[in-house]
Design a protein around this ligand. Sequence first.
Ligand code: 1SD
Ligand code: ZN
Length: 249
Amino acid sequence: QSQVTCDSRCQGPNAWVNVNPSCGNNRQSPINIVTRKTKVDERLVPFKFSGYDNVFDTFVRNNGHTIQANIPILATISGGNLGETYKAVQLHLHWGTNGGPGSEHTLHIVHMKLRYNRIEDALRDPAGLAVLGFFYQESNSINKKYNQITNALSSIENIDGNTTLRRVSLGQYILPEESMYNYYRYYGSLTTPGCTEAVVWSVFEKAIPLHREQLKAFSNLKFPDGSPMVETFRPVQPRNGRTVYHSSS
Ligand code: 1SD
Ligand code: ZN
Protein backbone atom coordinates (compact mmCIF):
# COMPACT_ATOMS: atom_id res chain seq x y z
CA GLN A 1 0.00 0.00 0.00
CA SER A 2 1.35 3.37 -0.94
CA GLN A 3 2.15 5.74 1.84
CA VAL A 4 0.07 8.88 2.05
CA THR A 5 2.32 11.87 2.48
CA CYS A 6 0.83 14.94 4.03
CA ASP A 7 1.70 18.57 3.44
CA SER A 8 0.14 21.88 4.39
CA ARG A 9 -2.79 21.15 2.09
CA CYS A 10 -3.99 18.20 4.10
CA GLN A 11 -3.65 19.68 7.56
CA GLY A 12 -5.21 22.64 9.28
CA PRO A 13 -7.90 24.82 7.74
CA ASN A 14 -7.38 23.53 4.19
CA ALA A 15 -8.19 20.00 5.33
CA TRP A 16 -11.38 20.88 7.20
CA VAL A 17 -13.38 20.18 4.08
CA ASN A 18 -12.38 16.50 4.30
CA VAL A 19 -14.09 16.21 7.67
CA ASN A 20 -16.76 18.87 7.30
CA PRO A 21 -17.94 19.18 3.69
CA SER A 22 -19.66 22.47 4.60
CA CYS A 23 -16.20 24.05 4.91
CA GLY A 24 -16.04 23.85 1.11
CA ASN A 25 -19.41 25.48 0.48
CA ASN A 26 -19.76 28.78 -1.32
CA ARG A 27 -20.48 31.40 1.36
CA GLN A 28 -17.57 30.77 3.70
CA SER A 29 -15.82 33.19 6.08
CA PRO A 30 -13.66 35.11 6.47
CA ILE A 31 -13.30 36.93 3.17
CA ASN A 32 -10.98 39.70 2.10
CA ILE A 33 -13.06 42.87 2.11
CA VAL A 34 -11.85 45.00 -0.79
CA THR A 35 -13.26 48.29 0.43
CA ARG A 36 -13.35 50.03 -2.97
CA LYS A 37 -15.52 47.20 -4.32
CA THR A 38 -18.11 47.39 -1.56
CA LYS A 39 -21.56 48.83 -2.27
CA VAL A 40 -23.45 51.33 -0.15
CA ASP A 41 -26.62 49.95 1.41
CA GLU A 42 -28.80 52.69 2.88
CA ARG A 43 -30.48 50.15 5.11
CA LEU A 44 -27.27 49.61 7.07
CA VAL A 45 -28.22 52.09 9.77
CA PRO A 46 -26.44 52.19 13.14
CA PHE A 47 -26.89 49.26 15.52
CA LYS A 48 -28.86 49.65 18.72
CA PHE A 49 -27.08 48.09 21.66
CA SER A 50 -28.97 47.08 24.77
CA GLY A 51 -27.42 45.66 27.93
CA TYR A 52 -23.96 46.30 26.54
CA ASP A 53 -23.05 48.40 29.57
CA ASN A 54 -24.42 45.92 32.10
CA VAL A 55 -21.70 44.55 34.33
CA PHE A 56 -21.17 40.81 34.83
CA ASP A 57 -18.65 38.21 35.97
CA THR A 58 -17.68 35.44 33.56
CA PHE A 59 -15.05 32.82 32.90
CA VAL A 60 -12.54 33.31 30.14
CA ARG A 61 -11.19 29.98 28.96
CA ASN A 62 -8.40 28.63 26.79
CA ASN A 63 -10.41 26.13 24.74
CA GLY A 64 -7.44 24.88 22.72
CA HIS A 65 -8.00 27.12 19.70
CA THR A 66 -8.76 30.53 21.19
CA ILE A 67 -9.84 32.23 24.38
CA GLN A 68 -13.55 32.50 24.81
CA ALA A 69 -15.91 34.04 27.36
CA ASN A 70 -19.61 33.27 27.51
CA ILE A 71 -22.02 36.13 28.13
CA PRO A 72 -24.20 35.38 31.17
CA ILE A 73 -26.49 38.40 30.89
CA LEU A 74 -29.01 39.55 28.31
CA ALA A 75 -27.25 41.95 25.94
CA THR A 76 -28.81 42.50 22.53
CA ILE A 77 -28.27 44.17 19.20
CA SER A 78 -30.92 45.35 16.77
CA GLY A 79 -31.06 47.84 13.93
CA GLY A 80 -28.30 47.53 11.36
CA ASN A 81 -30.79 45.94 8.94
CA LEU A 82 -30.67 42.75 11.00
CA GLY A 83 -34.42 42.31 10.72
CA GLU A 84 -34.72 41.04 14.27
CA THR A 85 -33.08 41.27 17.66
CA TYR A 86 -30.05 39.11 18.43
CA LYS A 87 -28.55 38.33 21.85
CA ALA A 88 -24.85 38.08 22.66
CA VAL A 89 -23.76 34.51 23.38
CA GLN A 90 -19.98 34.62 23.60
CA LEU A 91 -16.90 36.56 22.62
CA HIS A 92 -13.57 35.24 21.45
CA LEU A 93 -10.48 36.52 19.68
CA HIS A 94 -8.28 35.59 16.74
CA TRP A 95 -4.68 36.70 16.41
CA GLY A 96 -1.47 36.33 14.46
CA THR A 97 2.04 36.01 15.86
CA ASN A 98 3.46 38.23 18.63
CA GLY A 99 0.99 40.96 17.81
CA GLY A 100 3.13 41.73 14.80
CA PRO A 101 2.01 44.18 12.15
CA GLY A 102 0.12 42.68 9.27
CA SER A 103 -1.37 39.94 11.39
CA GLU A 104 -5.11 39.83 11.80
CA HIS A 105 -6.02 40.47 15.40
CA THR A 106 -9.77 40.48 15.80
CA LEU A 107 -12.57 40.37 18.35
CA HIS A 108 -15.72 38.42 17.48
CA ILE A 109 -18.90 38.84 19.48
CA VAL A 110 -21.24 36.03 18.50
CA HIS A 111 -24.98 36.72 18.76
CA MET A 112 -27.96 34.55 17.96
CA LYS A 113 -31.55 35.43 17.23
CA LEU A 114 -33.30 36.24 20.49
CA ARG A 115 -36.14 33.86 19.70
CA TYR A 116 -33.87 30.82 19.68
CA ASN A 117 -32.88 29.03 22.86
CA ARG A 118 -30.26 26.74 21.38
CA ILE A 119 -27.36 27.41 19.08
CA GLU A 120 -28.36 24.34 17.03
CA ASP A 121 -31.61 26.06 16.10
CA ALA A 122 -29.74 29.18 15.02
CA LEU A 123 -27.36 27.10 12.91
CA ARG A 124 -30.28 25.83 10.82
CA ASP A 125 -31.25 29.41 9.92
CA PRO A 126 -29.12 31.09 7.19
CA ALA A 127 -29.21 34.27 9.32
CA GLY A 128 -29.46 32.60 12.72
CA LEU A 129 -26.23 34.14 14.01
CA ALA A 130 -24.90 37.67 13.81
CA VAL A 131 -21.20 38.10 14.50
CA LEU A 132 -19.76 41.55 15.13
CA GLY A 133 -16.12 41.66 14.04
CA PHE A 134 -13.61 44.26 15.20
CA PHE A 135 -10.01 44.70 14.17
CA TYR A 136 -7.32 45.75 16.61
CA GLN A 137 -4.59 48.21 15.81
CA GLU A 138 -1.36 48.83 17.63
CA SER A 139 -1.36 51.97 19.74
CA ASN A 140 1.26 53.70 21.88
CA SER A 141 -0.84 53.73 24.99
CA ILE A 142 -2.24 50.90 27.07
CA ASN A 143 -5.95 50.27 26.52
CA LYS A 144 -6.94 50.09 30.18
CA LYS A 145 -10.29 48.50 29.38
CA TYR A 146 -8.38 45.43 28.20
CA ASN A 147 -5.96 45.21 31.14
CA GLN A 148 -8.01 42.65 33.02
CA ILE A 149 -8.29 40.29 30.08
CA THR A 150 -4.70 40.66 28.83
CA ASN A 151 -3.34 40.26 32.37
CA ALA A 152 -5.45 37.12 32.80
CA LEU A 153 -3.80 35.38 29.85
CA SER A 154 -0.72 34.29 31.82
CA SER A 155 -2.94 32.24 34.13
CA ILE A 156 -4.76 30.43 31.30
CA GLU A 157 -1.80 29.55 29.09
CA ASN A 158 -2.69 25.87 28.91
CA ILE A 159 -5.70 24.09 27.45
CA ASP A 160 -8.80 24.35 29.63
CA GLY A 161 -7.17 27.03 31.76
CA ASN A 162 -9.83 29.41 32.93
CA THR A 163 -10.16 32.39 35.18
CA THR A 164 -12.86 34.82 36.18
CA LEU A 165 -13.28 38.22 34.59
CA ARG A 166 -14.90 40.38 37.24
CA ARG A 167 -17.25 43.29 36.73
CA VAL A 168 -16.76 43.56 32.98
CA SER A 169 -19.22 44.73 30.31
CA LEU A 170 -19.41 44.10 26.59
CA GLY A 171 -19.28 47.83 26.05
CA GLN A 172 -15.75 48.06 27.41
CA TYR A 173 -14.44 45.74 24.69
CA ILE A 174 -15.84 47.60 21.71
CA LEU A 175 -15.83 51.17 20.35
CA PRO A 176 -17.82 54.28 21.25
CA GLU A 177 -21.21 54.08 19.55
CA GLU A 178 -20.59 56.79 16.95
CA SER A 179 -17.36 55.02 15.93
CA MET A 180 -19.43 52.00 14.98
CA TYR A 181 -21.61 53.71 12.37
CA ASN A 182 -19.28 52.57 9.59
CA TYR A 183 -19.31 48.88 8.97
CA TYR A 184 -19.33 46.22 6.26
CA ARG A 185 -21.97 43.54 5.83
CA TYR A 186 -21.89 40.20 4.08
CA TYR A 187 -23.42 36.76 4.49
CA GLY A 188 -21.03 34.01 5.49
CA SER A 189 -20.23 31.20 7.86
CA LEU A 190 -18.56 30.19 11.08
CA THR A 191 -14.80 30.36 10.56
CA THR A 192 -14.26 27.04 12.33
CA PRO A 193 -15.69 23.55 11.63
CA GLY A 194 -18.56 22.84 10.93
CA CYS A 195 -18.27 26.13 8.93
CA THR A 196 -22.06 26.46 9.08
CA GLU A 197 -23.42 29.07 6.68
CA ALA A 198 -25.66 30.77 9.20
CA VAL A 199 -23.88 34.02 9.89
CA VAL A 200 -24.68 37.64 9.12
CA TRP A 201 -21.26 39.27 9.40
CA SER A 202 -20.79 42.92 10.38
CA VAL A 203 -17.21 44.11 10.31
CA PHE A 204 -16.46 47.54 11.71
CA GLU A 205 -14.22 49.93 9.83
CA LYS A 206 -12.62 51.56 12.85
CA ALA A 207 -10.13 49.46 14.78
CA ILE A 208 -9.84 49.09 18.55
CA PRO A 209 -6.48 50.37 19.85
CA LEU A 210 -4.32 47.98 21.88
CA HIS A 211 -0.74 48.47 23.02
CA ARG A 212 1.85 46.20 21.40
CA GLU A 213 2.51 44.46 24.74
CA GLN A 214 -1.21 43.75 25.07
CA LEU A 215 -1.29 42.31 21.55
CA LYS A 216 1.83 40.24 22.19
CA ALA A 217 0.39 38.70 25.35
CA PHE A 218 -1.88 36.46 23.26
CA SER A 219 1.07 34.64 21.73
CA ASN A 220 2.05 33.27 25.16
CA LEU A 221 -1.04 31.07 25.14
CA LYS A 222 -0.49 27.46 24.14
CA PHE A 223 -2.22 25.00 21.84
CA PRO A 224 -3.07 21.57 23.34
CA ASP A 225 0.29 20.20 22.09
CA GLY A 226 2.14 22.89 24.04
CA SER A 227 3.23 24.92 21.03
CA PRO A 228 2.58 28.69 21.00
CA MET A 229 -1.03 29.51 20.16
CA VAL A 230 -0.44 31.79 17.18
CA GLU A 231 -2.14 32.36 13.82
CA THR A 232 -5.55 31.46 15.23
CA PHE A 233 -7.48 32.69 12.23
CA ARG A 234 -8.75 30.92 9.15
CA PRO A 235 -7.25 32.09 5.83
CA VAL A 236 -9.57 34.14 3.61
CA GLN A 237 -12.09 32.16 1.59
CA PRO A 238 -13.39 32.69 -1.96
CA ARG A 239 -15.99 35.43 -2.24
CA ASN A 240 -17.86 33.50 -4.95
CA GLY A 241 -19.63 36.54 -6.32
CA ARG A 242 -20.95 37.74 -3.00
CA THR A 243 -21.41 41.49 -2.65
CA VAL A 244 -20.05 43.19 0.44
CA TYR A 245 -22.12 46.19 1.49
CA HIS A 246 -21.17 49.13 3.64
CA SER A 247 -23.16 51.57 5.70
CA SER A 248 -23.63 55.03 4.26
CA SER A 249 -22.97 57.17 7.34
O1 1SD B 1 -14.25 30.52 15.59
C1 1SD B 1 -15.43 30.61 16.32
C2 1SD B 1 -15.61 29.36 17.13
O2 1SD B 1 -14.59 29.29 18.09
C3 1SD B 1 -16.88 29.37 17.82
O3 1SD B 1 -16.80 30.35 18.82
C4 1SD B 1 -17.96 29.68 16.83
C5 1SD B 1 -19.28 29.94 17.48
O4 1SD B 1 -19.83 28.81 18.01
O5 1SD B 1 -17.68 30.86 16.14
C6 1SD B 1 -16.57 30.81 15.38
S1 1SD B 1 -16.54 32.33 14.49
O6 1SD B 1 -17.14 32.10 13.20
O7 1SD B 1 -17.22 33.33 15.25
N1 1SD B 1 -15.08 32.78 14.27
ZN1 ZN C 1 -14.27 34.08 15.42
